[in-house]
Every structure is written in C-alpha cells, then in structure tokens.
Design a protein around this ligand. Structure first.
Ligand SMILES: [Zn+2]
Length: 484
C-alpha cells in the first residue's frame, strides 16, 4: 500500500515541482488572450474562429477551447491577422510610427534608401519605438560618403550627378560591407536618384549583397515606357545583375516606376522566377507617387518619361497644382511633390497580381506628405478587397504579412516568427473590423488615421486598444540580421 510517507519518498526531489503544478492546476493562464476572433493565417491558409493565448510576447496557444488570461480582448466579429510588415517605410520616427500603427503595421522597414550608418540608426531607435523597425545599407548613402558629401536622404550634389571612379566604387563596397556586418537587413538602391552610377557600379554592389545573402531593394534606373531608357530596360539591368551575381532582387513600387509598362514588368519578373531567379516586387495602392522636386527624377525630359505635365504635379506642402513658374521656383528650394502618373487600371492590376507584396513607400513630415503613409493597408482591405472585390482577404493579407516576412528570412532568420499566426510566433497581431476598415488620408489631408483597426499588438503589447492609439509605450524591437 502506498502511504503518503512512501509516496513522498518515491517522488523525492521533484515533489515541490509536482505540488506547485497541483496548486496551479486548471487551464494555464496567459498574459493576454484574444477570444472569438476570426483568425487568418496566410501560411497555413487557415481561416477560422479561434482563441489565442499570448505570454512573454509570444503566441503560446491557438485553440477552440476557453483560455484564461490576465487581459482579455474580445475579437468577436473581427479579423485577427499577423501584423502588417511594411518593407518600404522611409519615415522612421514617432510621428510616422503612430500612423503606421493605426494602419495595422507592426514592422516598418526602410529598405529602399536605407542608411549610411547602420549601427547608429539602430541605436537611435532602441527602446524608443512603438513598432518594430529595420534598415538596409544604402547604396545612395555609400555613394554620398565616397564622394565626400554630407549624407542626406536623397543626393543633390556630386553623388546625384557624376560617375564614380574605380576607387570610389571600391569605397562604396566597403561602406555596404560595414553596414551588412552591423546587421543591415538588405541593401537599398535608388538608381534613378544616382543616374550616373554605372551598370558596373551596380553590379559591384550586388556582389557585396550576394556575399551576405542580402536582398537588393531597388528603385529602378528608369521609369515609364519611353525608349531608350524605359522601365523595361531598367528591369533588364536588374534581372541581369541578379543572374550575374546571384543576389536576390526586390523591385520597389513597380507600378509607380512602370506606369503603363507595369503588366510587362510583372510578366518579366514571373519569367525570371521561372528560370529560378530570386526576384520579388511590391506596389502601393495610389495613382500618384511622391518624391523630392530637386531630385534627378525631374531632370530635363521628365514630362515625356511619365507622359505628364506641370498640372499633374501637386506641391505637398500646400496641395497646389504646379505651373512652369512654380515648378522652376520650387525646384530651386526643394520639397516633396506628388506625381499623378498612373491610372486606376494599372494600380488594380498590380495589386491583384500574385507576385506583388504591399508596401507603402511612406513618409510624413509635420503632417505633410503622401496619403500612402497613413492609409496603404486599410485602403487595400477596405477599397480593393471589400468594395472592389479585386482580391480575396486571404490573398491581401498574404501580400502584407507572409510574403514580406519570407523575403527577409534568408538574411534575417527571426522573420520566420513574423507574418504568421502559429505557436511560437512573435505576438505581432492586427485585429480589424473587415466591414469597417478604410483609409481616411487623402492628398489634401494625408495625416488622417485609418478607421477599423481595433487592436494592434507588438511583441504582445497592445499599442492600439478599442481603436485608440496608446501612448508612452515602446515595445518595438530591432529587425536586424545576426551579427557575427
Ligand atoms: Zn522609390
């Protein structure tokens, strides 16, 4: 017979552990549970009502049974999605992060322009960011450094206007290598802003990226359809560079660069992929782009390239359409200008294409800028999914979560725990009302929060609750490649 004394002797040193298990028995309790949500996971393509248990910033349980938690979010009637991952967000400060959060973005990365100083860039955001953040080593910045001009967002001096010497190209390679060694997520390019960067210079940068398994996020050399110098020629350069060097290629904002050529560019990418080349792309849901009026994009002949005129340019600071006089005036001072160069047909076709990810290309400064900063993701879900039926909710969410995570996984293995709802994944989650979600930002009023985003969690911490942005919390963490 097993007496209590024998029992205690038998279980020996593990007794206290068993006792504590006994005392805390019943279902485990989580830091936070989300109940009755329509949980959509693009990786498993599951779409069903589930409860989610979160502890320590990680998804610990996904279940149909009741879960206990210290905090409970009732997600009845709401969609629970992996947090949106924006691979193209220039604005990386508190102002921009607030608008991203209210649009459901939990990870915002500056991969096109990137930075010249990777370590410093990450240090400046440590414990100070609402959402997760990451950056590329930028070719533009490396070029400005090599040509000894102060590193600005976009170049306007020598780096914008002259060819580099072999010695300068060698220096640029070193700067990219330094950034990658410091954990840069990718390598960024804006070749249209550095039009005298030779094809050889670009190849040399791709070679560095390849050694680090880093994808090259490229704003192409040319826009539009006019030959020579079309976006088709520009994409040929990049696909060739990917084939020659083996570096993965990611073409940014394909619809704004391609304009009417966009369907052809997408066909070229599909064909390159069928030849086993690692080529991906992204688009944003607006018929106008935005850039600095001082940049090389507006060098002689821009009207022909885009098939537009002064009236198709809108000065961001005031909302006014430009004339030759105001264009010449603003070109001297510099500033952001919206470029109405696309049609709704082009944009819709790009969004529907299974190859495109959604990325915003966002930046707001003191409330001024392009509406894409604040509205990209809600606009896809409200306008293109719910109202236009251009694509399914599952496909839209795949383009905003799983695909961008997968793009970065090779270089940043921690991305395997983002863009998915699975046990062990980071609790970056966006909970929205699929009937209500819509963008509110416009070209006239770009700084307006989207509607319908009800809860946003970053590493398990709610940064949006009941549709209200929370303040004074900084749960965002660095998305960074391993540093060896
Ligand atoms: Zn760009």
């Amino acid at each position: 017979m097993i007496t209590l004394r024998n029992f205690i002797r038998l279980i020996g040193p593990i007794g206290p552990i068993l006792l504590s298990l006994f005392l805390t028995s019943g279902p485990p309790s989580y830091d936070l549970v989300i109940v009755n949500g329509r949980v959509i996971d693009p990786e498993s393509r599951s779409d069903s009502i589930r409860n989610i248990g979160i502890s320590g910033g990680t998804i610990k349980a996904i279940s149909t049974s009741t879960l206990q938690g210290r905090t409970v979010i009732d997600a009845s009637g709401l969609v629970v999605s992996p947090g949106f991952i924006d691979l193209h967000q220039h604005g990386q400060d508190e102002e921009n992060n607030r608008f991203k959060a209210m649009d459901g973005v939990t990870c915002a990365l500056e991969l096109e322009v990137g930075t010249g100083y990777v370590d410093l860039w990450y240090k400046q955001r440590e414990n100070r960011s609402l959402i997760n953040y990451g950056v590329s080593a930028g070719h533009i910045a490396a070029r400005m450094r090599a040509m000894h001009e102060p590193v600005a967002f976009l170049p306007s001096g020598q780096a914008a206007h002259r060819a580099a010497t072999d010695a300068e190209i060698a220096e640029m390679k070193q700067f990219l290598e330094e950034g990658l060694k410091q954990g840069a997520v990718a390598v960024g390019f804006g070749i249209q802003y550095t039009p005298n960067a030779s094809r050889w210079e670009i190849l040399e940068m791709f070679r560095v990226a390849e050694r680090f398994g880093a994808s090259c996020h490229v704003h192409m050399r040319h826009a539009g359809v006019k030959e020579p110098g079309s976006s088709i020629q520009a994409l040929e350069e990049l696909i060739a560079a990917a084939a020659i060097t083996g570096a993965p290629l990611h073409v940014v904002h394909i619809q704004s660069t391609g304009g009417p050529a966009t369907p052809k560019l997408l066909q070229m990418i599909a064909e390159a992929r069928s030849r086993k080349l690692d080529v991906t792309t992204e688009c944003y849901p607006y018929i106008a782009g935005m850039t600095d009026i001082k940049s090389a994009v507006f060098d002689e002949g821009w009207q022909e390239v885009f098939g537009i005129d002064y009236k198709d340019l809108q000065w961001a600071a005031t909302g006014e359409r430009l004339t030759k006089t105001t264009f010449d005036e603003y070109r001297k001072t510099g500033g952001m200008v919206a470029v109405f160069s696309m049609t709704e047909e082009i944009v819709t076709a790009a969004i529907k294409n299974p190859l495109t990810m959604i990325a915003s290309d966002g930046i707001l400064e003191n409330g001024k800028g392009h509406p894409r900063t604040a509205g990209t993701y809600s606009r896809i879900l409200g306008n293109y999914v719910r109202e236009q039926h251009a694509l399914s909710l599952m496909d839209a969410l795949t383009k905003m979560t799983l695909m961008p995570a997968q793009r970065l996984e090779r270089r940043v293995p921690s991305m395997r725990n983002k863009g998915r709802i699975k046990i062990g994944a980071d609790a970056d989650l966006t909970i929205f009302d699929p009937q209500q979600i819509i963008d509110k930002s416009t070209f006239q009023e770009p700084a307006k929060y989207s509607e319908g985003i009800k809860f946003v969690l970053v590493n398990g911490v709610p940064i949006v609750k009941d549709g209200q942005l929370q303040s004074g919390i900084f749960p965002g963490r660095a998305i960074r490649a391993p540093i060896h």
